[in-house]
Design a protein around this ligand. Structure first.
Ligand code: CAA
Length: 379
């Protein structure tokens, strides 16, 4: 087993790290406080090849492997988790096209996102169907060579900014997962309307909205796969996009550790730097140990995706472990900073707020445990 990053991977890591240090981190507090979408910064990331990373070279993309993407996402998230989510969820929006699209559809939609700066949203969750994907209500009714969509999606990342939406809808609610279809819908299609922006606890630089569908007519040629294949396209997408969520969480946790180590060296109590006390040392040691373990699980699951293996269990290991780690590490970072950590003058309270979302989106950590248990019982 060789854990060394290749020269190309080291150079990618360096590019993402420099971008995070110079463009993202210095602006993170502003976009967090203003809850503003940092379009110019995301555009610069796109110019560097750090957005739409998963698109193969054949469609004009940079063609990064999932492992490469995870290396870059960890660095970006070190700078700001909200910006990393905007970037990562764009790849999430593209993934159903890669998983279920025909070559013609890939050429059309993917090339559109690589030749110009365009963002994509993944529209799966609904007000009454978050964990229970098969219970979705957004209805797709066939009308000649079109489908007509009616209903609502929610918690849609990049919802107010996206140019393309990959949307899951059901032909028949009673058929549960067997009735679900996937579509690609461009912004501006009549009846598709982003709703109010959510006022979130953390990751406030990312744009999260409800999307309304009111008699949205979609050409049948813009369906990904066949009728009834949408559920599996969604599950196969999430198998591939949960490793980068592990990477994102690892980036948040690594930032919390970096801040904590620096503070522990400088802050004095009882006449000594607090890093000299075992109470603080043990917290730092546990942080470092769990971050490393989360990174290893993340890279292993990403490698499995790259090998074309079914990675459901390992992707859930990575997502669940790394995001629980981020929550614990950021909470401990606030503890190390004491009262200072609870104020907006220091960076760790943002990290703790940002970490909480990691345990909820892309499948709650309860759903990850369910996926793991089902895979174990099937084996
Ligand atoms: N790959 C391929 N096929 C799969 C699969 C996978 N990973 N998982 C399930 N399937 C297949 C099953 O084999 C089964 O197939 P058959 O009909 O042939 O038997 C079918 O799909 C149905 O599977 P289940 O019976 O397991 O389905 P379920 O209704 O019990 O649900 C679930 C499974 C795992 C709970 C699923 O609903 C799930 O993943 N929920 C979480 C949803 C989620 O992660 N949402 C995140 C939204 S995106 C987001 O948050 C990002 C953002 O914008 C911030």
């Amino acid at each position: 087993m060789d854990f060394t990053l290749s020269d190309e991977q080291q150079s990618l890591q360096e590019t993402a790290r420099r971008f995070a240090q110079t463009e993202i981190a210095p602006n993170a507090a502003h976009y967090d406080q203003a809850a503003e979408f940092p379009r110019e910064i995301i555009k610069k990331a796109w110019e560097l090849g750090l957005v739409s990373m998963c698109v193969p070279e054949a469609y004009g993309g940079v063609g990064l492997s999932m492992l490469d993407s995870c290396i870059a996402v960890e660095e970006i998230a070190w700078g700001c988790a909200g910006m990393a989510t905007s970037i990562m969820c764009n790849d999430l929006g593209l993934m159903p096209i890669l998983v279920g699209g025909s070559d013609e559809q890939k050429k059309r939609w993917l090339t559109e996102c690589t030749s110009d700066f365009k963002l994509v949203s993944f529209c799966l969750s609904e007000p009454n169907a978050g964990s229970d994907v098969a219970g979705m209500q957004l209805l797709a009714e066939r009308d000649g060579d079109h489908y007509v969509l009616n209903g609502t999606k929610c918690w849609i990342t990049n919802g107010g900014e996206a140019d393309l939406f990959t949307v899951f809808a059901t032909l028949d609610r009673a058929s549960r997962h067997k009735g679900i279809c996937a579509f690609v819908i461009p912004r501006g299609t009549p009846g598709l309307a982003p709703g109010k922006k959510e006022d979130k606890m953390g990751q406030r630089a990312s744009d999260t909205r409800v999307i309304h569908f009111d008699n949205v007519r979609v050409p049948a040629s813009d369906q990904l796969g066949q009728e009834g294949e949408g559920f599996k396209i969604a599950m196969q997408t999430l198998d591939r996009t949960r490793p980068p969520i592990g990477a994102l969480a690892t980036g948040i946790a690594r930032r919390a550790l970096d801040e904590s180590v620096a503070y522990a060296k400088e802050r004095k109590a009882f006449g000594f730097p607090i890093g000299g006390f075992q109470a603080v040392q043990f917290l730092l040691a546990d942080m470092a140990k769990d971050i490393e373990a989360g990174r290893l699980l993340t890279r292993q699951s990403a490698w499995m995706v790259d090998q074309g293996m079914r990675a459901s269990k390992y992707s859930s290991f990575a997502k669940c472990f790394a995001t629980d780690t981020a929550m614990r590490v950021t909470t401990d970072a606030v503890q190390i900073f004491g009262g200072n950590g609870y104020t907006k003058e220091y960076p760790v309270e943002k990290l703790m707020r940002d970490a909480k979302l990691m345990q909820i989106y892309e499948g709650t950590n309860q759903i990850q445990r369910l996926v793991i248990a089902r895979e174990l019982l099937k084996e």
